[in-house]
Design a protein around this ligand. Sequence first.
Ligand code: GDP
Ligand code: MG
Length: 766
Amino acid sequence: MDYNIALVGNPNVGKTSVYNKITHSFEHVGNWHGVTVEAVSKDILFEHRRITVCDLPGLYSLTVYSPEEGVSRDAVCAGDHQAIIDVCDVNDLSRNLYLTLQLLEVGAPVVLTLNMMDELSRRGQVVNYRKLEAALGLPVVPMSTKRHSEVHILLSVTVDYIEHSRHKRRELPYLKKLPTEQIKTIIEKNAEKAGIDLLYAAVKVMEDDSYVLEKLALSEEQKAGIAALGEGLQDKLAAVRYEYIDKIMDGVIMSSVADEHHEMHEHYVHDVPLTQSEREEAEKRGDEEELKHIRLHGKIKKNEDLKRRGFSGADRIFLNKYLALPLFFVIMLAVFFVTFGDYMPGYWMKTGLEWIFDNALHDPVEKGLTNVGAWNWVTGLVTDGIIDGLGGVLVFLPQIVLMFLFLALLEDSGYISRVAFMTDGLFRKIGLSGRSVFTMLMGFGCSATAVLTSRGMEDEKMRKKTVMLTPFMSCSARFPVYSAICAAYFASGKAFVIFGMYILGAAIALVYAAVLNKIKKFKSGEMSFIMEMPPYRIPTVTRVFQILWHNAKAFVIRVGTVVFAINIIVWLLSSFGVGTVDGKTVFGYCGDVQVKSFLEYFASAIAPVFAPLGFGGGEHGWQAVTALLSGLAAKEVVLSSMESFGGVDVIFGSNYCAALSFVVFTLLYVPCIATLTAIKKEAGWKWMLGGAALQLITAYVVALIFYWMGILFVYNAGAAVSIIIVLAVAAIVAAVVTHVIRTRNVCIGCPGAGSCGGSCGRKRKK
Ligand code: GDP
Ligand code: MG
């Protein structure tokens, strides 16, 4: 018996958590909207049945606004699933049911899940799910993904539902209040031809859904016929849906009798006001625009409303006008310090691993191989190529896993949503938004996966810009390079240089965003901030272990496969070569015969390009260049190949400035192939190539500046400091002057903040 079931629901209600529990997977769960960006599925065996479970991106309604929501709508409408598990957050049930009704309108076989029951009972409330069951004629399963048994029950209810053909298309009484039947008659033939469910098509016609209207291809006559049925059907439909929801919700959620004092408590746990009360408030205020928005999307539009919605006690501090940003920096600094700082947990584990690789692996293996008389090149391959190369990267495992853990905890607790919220205004000025902050912060973990999180952004240009600029954020694979080089060259200022790299990458991304937004072709469109503010959630211990385990496994697999393979290829190409010895052409291992390796020929040819940056020239220049080239496969290889060439100190000798310029170049140059592929997928060829070129040029120029400023600093520190001060002052003066010029002629209330040059026709300020 093979069944297909899909998980559908609003964003951030726990669909992926249910999916992970059912399928024993580790898909990305996050406490914010837009984590799942494409459909993922897996086959499981459940009581002798094979079930394909599919997790879909969240959506509020079947009228979609972003590509990822389209994926879900198509999956629901295709009708390939024997059951659709509609996951609802029981704490925000009215709003969630808005989608449920639409699923019923399409005639989907819905099993309703009331998730997050734990949060509801913590607030002292209970749910009479039988009442909902009776009203909607569906199986309703209250549950929490925290409890395994309840997930099991959900599956068994679903299978029972499928096998006993309990699915019957229900009549939805509220549709009778609208001219549904008339519309059905008008569009019947078109819907059949387009292969769209008739009732669904009729509903979408009322909603003026461009996607369905296009498919139906109605004639002018039909359109006129529909128009004659009345105006504002869209609003009326939303209104009757909500009216119906209010009716069936009556008495479903109650205060638990045993816990009466919680009722009071509820008043100040204001993270989940129901849509109903929001609507009442908006009605009181007479805010037509918001009313319409709530009716259409059931989601909140304005920043102030968002604040009201998600505001909780802790936000008085975290979202405080003055404290928010400094707190964010303090939190990030603390994360970096604990992860990368000396004498911190990550540091001890790294030191331990280093000792193991050097003393317990490298030396004994080398001795053993020499003793048995293994060929020199085999000994070299095993000790230098494999143990040193991979070991050099693997020792960073604890620190990288810690970094991912902290990012995941910040994300899971709901804090990153706050960061997005508070930086939204700031980012908007440069054509990005709070949503871009998510993607960019995730870039500190892995650029390739961060790029995928941009899927939910509604403004295309902004989305593409975010995708292109995300690789400037220093991903965790680059950290080992900084760390190894800094330990060798800047031991005392190590933390400063490393943190500096993170700031430098982020600053360059922001400067580019600002510059691009000044160019008409790249300017982002205006859009409202429609992001959910999730409640704060404390991640569980199991979750912490899951994150640790999953990331450690992913890192080891990556080092064991991609990095391992590339490293061996690089080692072989850099250790074997041809050349002439005593007038004879010989081929062999460079350790045995005096010949140049294949890579040395190749990399030496391009190395001069990097000579102005300090690391392309000299005897070891080709090695630095090789490391950068092989780093395109995966950034970890930059370090692993340098380690197999004998270590960073061999390559840069005593040239501090070259080492610094190399670090800067590594931060900024073209991202790895996986990231490039992700960018191509998300934004297309042009943005990928443009982005890669931009990064390469930026890396070259910035590394050049760092190198020569470094040289100047070594020879004449006073001059270097003076130049920096003069440049900083000049930049400030230039900024002030342009600001003054721009605001001198500002029109009052100019929509372009003065940039219209008077064309907006408003009065100018005297
Ligand atoms: P999705 O967007 O619907 O896929 O939701 P996720 O599975 O990514 O979960 C969103 C957030 O809700 C995460 O922080 C989860 O840890 C949290 N979450 C999921 N299920 C539950 C639950 O049953 N109880 C509580 N308290 N939190 C949950
Ligand atoms: Mg998800």
